[in-house]
Design a protein around this ligand. Structure first.
Ligand code: FES
Length: 155
């Protein structure tokens, strides 16, 4: 039983669950909701969310989850190819997603110096929706980037 709990707990997608006597045992796999809120950008994979960060849709409603899915941790698609958006469906493996190479023809997204050097052009493309390639950012996200540019691009 411990192995099952561990497997469910360690599933970054939060999609696995189990029940005891027909009753969902989510509290055992969600660390009793005691983890600090964290958003991790996984290498060549999804955003891994933990710590019970709420996920709401564009109208302010809770994003729908499949029955038994964790509200404490989940993975959000970053490759743009998920079959279960906004969640990761594992398609990043199939499409051979490599985040570091995605803009390499222009600059290295993981290089502070490169992003800083191209910040103006990046901001312009974020504003007109031609970047990133998997869909335009919300105005709120563009504003965050704008504030970073306005702050003299501090690290
Ligand atoms: S990051 Fe996993 S499907 Fe997109």
């Amino acid at each position: 039983m411990d192995e099952i709990i561990r497997a469910v707990r360690d599933c970054p997608s939060g999609a696995l669950s189990y029940a005891i006597d027909g009753r969902e045992a989510r509290e055992q796999t969600d660390y009793h909701n005691t983890r600090e809120p964290v958003i991790e950008v996984s290498k060549d994979g999804p955003y891994r969310i933990s710590g019970g960060i709420a996920l709401i849709d564009g109208e302010g409603n809770d994003e729908h989850r499949n029955q038994g899915a964790s509200l404490e941790h989940y993975a959000l698609c970053r490759c743009g190819h998920s079959q279960n958006k906004p969640f990761c469906s594992g398609m990043h493996w199939h499409v051979d997603f490599h985040d570091r190479q995605s803009m390499k023809f222009a600059f290295d997204l993981w290089s502070y110096a490169d992003v800083k050097q191209h910040a103006g052009a990046i901001l312009e493309r974020l504003r007109n929706g031609s970047m990133p390639c998997d869909g335009a950012w919300s105005q709120e996200r563009v504003d965050v980037f704008q504030r970073w540019v306005d702050s003299d691009l501090s690290a």
